[in-house]
Design a protein around this ligand. Structure first.
Ligand SMILES: [Zn+2]
Length: 293
C-alpha cells in the first residue's frame, strides 16, 4: 500500500475506534486541572468523567462515575485528597443514570450533601440501586452552589437525555459541564435510551444561549479535548440532519430495521462512533417519526 494511503487508512481506523480504544495505554483513573483555571479539575474513570471545584471553604464534586466499580467513589475521593484536604461539601448528580452517578456513598460518608434534580430522586427512589444513594437535596429549575468565592450554577432545561439532566455552569470560568446530551465531536451512543428528540434540540439551543466558552463533556471528547459552542452547534446540526433523514425513511415505512440499515449521514462519517452508533440514533428517531413517541 502507498505510504500516504496507508497513513490515511490508519487515521480512518483511529477515527472509527471508540474513545477507550484510541489510547489503550492511558490509566483507568486520571485527574487533570483544567487549563486557565485556578481550581477546576476533571476526574476521569475509564470513559466517564466529571468535574470538581476546589475552594477555600471546601470542594464541590460532581458525578462519582463508579458504575460497576465498588471502589470508584473512594478512588475519586483519594484523587481529590491529592489536591486538597478541604472538606467535600457537595456532590452533584448530573442526571439519574447509574453510569454517571453510582458510587455516591463514599461522598456521603465523607460528609458531602448530594444535590440533584427532583426527577433524579424520584427515579432513584423507585430503583433502589445499592451503589447510588438518594440525593439529600433536590430542586426543580435552578440552584446555585456558592462556596469559597466560586459559584456553580445548576440549571434544569427540561427533557433532553433523561428527564433529570442538569447543566452545570461556572460563570466566572465560562465553563459548562454537560453530560451525555451534547457529546463533543462524536456520534451519541447506544446508551441514550430515554432520549427526547424534539426537546433535546431545544435544550441544546438553550445551552448555546448561555454565556460560556468551554464545554466539559461527561465522556471524554476526541483526544480529550473540551467542546466549544461550535461543537454544540455541530451536534445540533447532526441531530437535525438525522431527524430529517429518518423522517423520510419513516414515511416510506422503513422503521425500524430497514431504516437502521439504510440511513447514512456521510457528512459525519469521520466522527468517532459513526460506524457503531448511527443505527441507534436512527432507532431513536424511528421512535419519533415512525411511532410518534
Ligand atoms: Zn445518561
Amino acid at each position: 500500500m502507498h505510504r500516504t494511503s496507508a497513513m490515511a487508512f490508519g487515521l480512518a481506523l483511529l477515527a472509527a475506534a471508540p474513545a477507550w480504544a484510541q489510547q489503550p495505554q492511558r490509566p483507568q483513573i486520571q485527574t487533570t486541572k483544567v487549563d486557565g483555571t485556578d481550581n477546576v479539575y476533571i476526574f476521569r474513570n475509564g470513559n466517564h468523567q466529571s468535574i470538581f471545584v476546589v475552594t477555600s471553604e471546601g470542594v464541590i464534586a460532581t458525578d462519582p462515575v463508579a458504575y460497576g466499580r465498588p471502589q470508584g467513589g473512594a478512588q475519586y475521593i483519594a484523587e481529590i485528597r491529592k489536591v486538597t484536604d478541604k472538606p467535600i461539601k457537595y456532590l452533584v448528580y448530573s442526571h439519574h443514570h447509574y453510569d454517571h452517578v453510582a458510587g455516591g456513598q463514599a461522598f456521603k460518608d465523607a460528609g458531602a450533601k448530594i444535590v440533584a434534580h427532583s426527577k433524579a430522586k424520584e427515579r432513584l427512589a423507585v430503583l433502589k440501586d445499592p451503589a447510588t444513594p438518594l440525593p439529600d437535596e433536590v430542586f426543580d429549575k435552578q440552584r446555585n452552589l456558592t462556596l469559597g468565592g466560586t459559584t456553580l450554577e445548576l440549571t434544569y432545561l427540561g427533557l433532553n437525555h433523561s428527564d433529570s439532566s442538569l447543566v452545570m455552569r461556572l460563570p466566572k470560568e465560562k465553563i459548562v459541564f454537560v453530560v451525555d446530551f451534547i457529546p463533543v465531536g462524536s456520534v451519541p451512543g447506544r446508551g441514550m435510551i430515554d432520549f427526547y428528540p424534539i426537546e433535546a434540540e431545544d435544550s441544546i439551543k438553550q445551552v448555546l444561549s448561555m454565556d460560556w466558552e468551554r464545554l466539559i463533556p461527561g465522556h471524554p471528547g476526541p483526544g480529550d479535548r473540551l467542546g466549544t459552542k461550535q461543537d454544540a452547534r455541530d451536534q445540533l446540526a447532526f441531530l437535525q440532519d438525522a431527524s430529517e433523514a429518518v423522517k423520510v425513511a419513516a414515511r416510506e415505512g422503513k422503521c425500524w430495521e430497514p431504516a437502521e440499515k439504510e440511513v447514512k449521514l456521510p457528512k459525519y462519517e469521520k466522527w468517532p462512533g459513526y460506524e457503531n452508533n448511527l443505527q441507534f440514533v436512527t432507532r431513536r428517531y424511528c421512535g419519533l417519526w415512525g411511532r410518534g413517541t
